[in-house]
Structure formats: structure tokens, C-alpha cells
Design a protein around this ligand. Structure first.
Ligand code: SF4
Length: 280
């Protein structure tokens, strides 16, 4: 958004006619929320900027003037006012071309996850634990930043993002890595319905280190078990946008990446080897 000749990056999400958002890279905890109204060929928007301390408000009212561009005026409680322009990030706008691929991947992943709730043949003497494969983290230290990020995080961790979608089959889940990580917006999370987001998305979030039951002796024991227990499923290193900050990569190197794409954080019908490796 541009106001008073300065550009401010925002992340805005729309659900129905409501939208909400926040600043992405300025030290400002303001929240944005508003409404979109369409009729007679015109789309109007209004949105409010508020701060957590409730000492600042700004009201914006604008109109969609062309695809991805809203222009309007704003007023705030500090006595400022002016014109604003809200434009979609050109990179995001281009990625509309691949939006159908993203939607298709989510559909595939959802189908796989639903099927895994009803495995075709399960040995009745060894029932599949409903949470087998789930990696549980302690909520303590949720907002703490550590040196590396966990590539098997959840949307509950502050600032977590989606970097992969778990497609493939019930027997052989396979992660499709996204070209860029995406904020875990309500829209994307809702797309997982009726399964849990962690069944179809791979989230990256701050590694909780000692706040996580998987962390011991200064290392992620889960990453170790994956490397020691799971087969290599690719000889080519996946093109993964979070490698520079991935705990598993920094700890286990390429061995982790060659096994990573068979991991779903929540898996209701893991293979025996997956179950053993993730839960032992
Ligand atoms: S282990 Fe490798 S492929 Fe998996 S998330 Fe980390 S860097 Fe990406």
C-alpha cells in the first residue's frame, strides 16, 4: 500500500466479503480489517487500521480501478489524511497463472488425506494409531526465534508459512515444494477442510528447540530418525525454498532432503516404516 508517497508491504487475506491483514516487514503491529462491497459494476472497499494499544486508527475508503489496484482516501486519528493506492505484489499477480496448479495440488492432497482416514486394508491386530506420525510440539516458547526453522511445523506457530503440499498417494505421500513460501492465511487453511491443515500442508516455523519433545542433545532427534530409518526417495535434491533456514538440512544435510518429500506432519495411515521411524 502506498500512502504519503511511501510504500508499505501488507499481507491481506479475503474470506467472503471480509478481509484482514498486517504489515509484513515494518516494525508495526497494526491490524487491518475491512469489507468489500460490489454492485452495479463497481467494487468498493473500506478498511480500518488499528493498533494493539488502541491509540491509533486510520480509515480507508477506496474503489477497484483496475485488476489488482484499489485507489482511495484515508484519514487517521493523528490528523493525517491523503490518497492511498493498494496494489497486488506484481510477483503474486504473475503467479495467478499458477493459481490453478496450486488449487489442483491442494485438491490432490486433500483427496489423499481423506483416503488415508479410511485405509483399504489395515491389519486388525495392529490398528493404526490415529495420530501416528504426528509430531507434537510443546506450546512453550511459541514466539521465540531460534537460529533455524522447523520444516514440520504447524499453523499455530507464530509466523509459520506453507512451503509444501503433500500430494502422492496414501501409501506414498509426496511433497510438492512451492516456488515460494506462503503465509498460512485463513483462506489456505480453510482449503484443507474437512482434513487438518497439517495433513496436506508442510509448514515451516521457528524451531522450538528445548520446547519441542523431538529436541534432545542439541539436535532434532526426528531428523535423525528420518535419515536413519526412511528410504531415499529422490536422488535429486528437491528445489526447496527454505533450505537456508531448515533445521533438518543444517543438521543432516542432503540425506534429510532426499527423504523429506515423504513426510506429512499428520498422517492417519502411515506405512509401517514411516510409523516406526516417526514414532519410535
Ligand atoms: S530437509 Fe531439505 S527438502 Fe526438507 S525442508 Fe529441509 S531443506 Fe527442504
Amino acid at each position: 500500500m502506498t500512502r504519503l508517497s511511501r510504500a508499505y508491504p501488507l499481507c491481506l487475506s479475503q474470506i467472503g466479503n471480509e478481509w484482514s491483514g498486517y504489515y509484513t516487514d515494518v516494525n508495526n503491529t497494526s491490524q487491518f480489517s475491512g469489507t468489500i462491497v460490489s454492485g452495479r459494476g463497481i467494487t468498493l472497499v473500506n478498511f480500518l487500521q488499528t493498533t494493539t494499544s488502541n491509540d491509533y486508527y486510520a480509515v480507508h475508503a477506496g474503489k477497484l480501478v483496475r485488476s489488482h489496484t484499489i485507489k482511495g482516501h484515508w484519514y487517521d486519528t493523528a490528523g493525517n489524511s491523503g490518497a492511498f493506492t493498494l496494489e497486488r505484489d506484481p510477483i503474486l499477480a504473475q503467479s495467478d497463472l499458477t493459481q490453478s496448479n496450486l488449487t489442483q495440488s491442494i485438491d490432490n492432497a486433500r483427496e489423499r488425506a481423506i483416503a488415508s482416514h479410511f485405509p483399504i486394508s489395515v491389519d486388525p491386530t495392529t490398528p493404526v494409531p490415529p495420530t501416528a506420525g504426528v509430531i507434537t510440539v510443546d506450546d512453550a516458547n511459541q514466539n521465540g526465534r531460534t537460529a533455524f526453522d522447523c520444516p514440520s511445523s504447524t499453523s499455530d506457530i507464530s509466523g509459520s508459512e506453507i512451503f509444501g503440499i503433500v500430494e502422492g498417494t496414501v501409501q506414498e505421500p509426496r511433497v510438492t515444494y512451492l516456488e515460494r513460501s506462503r503465509p498460512a492465511t485463513p483462506e489456505l487453511l480453510v482449503a484443507a477442510n474437512p482434513v487438518e491443515p497439517t495433513e496436506i500442508f508442510r509448514f515451516v516455523g521457528s524451531c522450538l528447540e528445548t520446547g519441542c519433545q523431538q529436541f534432545d542433545n542439541g539436535q532434532c532427534q526426528l531428523a535423525k530418525r528420518i535419515v536413519q530409518g526412511l528410504p531415499v526417495v529422490t536422488q535429486t535434491l528437491p528445489s526447496c525454498v527454505i533450505r537456508h533456514r531448515c533445521r533438518w538440512w543444517h543438521q543432516e544435510g542432503e540425506a534429510a532432503c532426499r527423504r523429506c518429500l515423504q513426510i506429512a506432519r499428520t498422517h492417519y495411515a502411515p506405512s509401517a516404516i514411516l510409523r516406526r521411524s516417526l514414532t519410535d
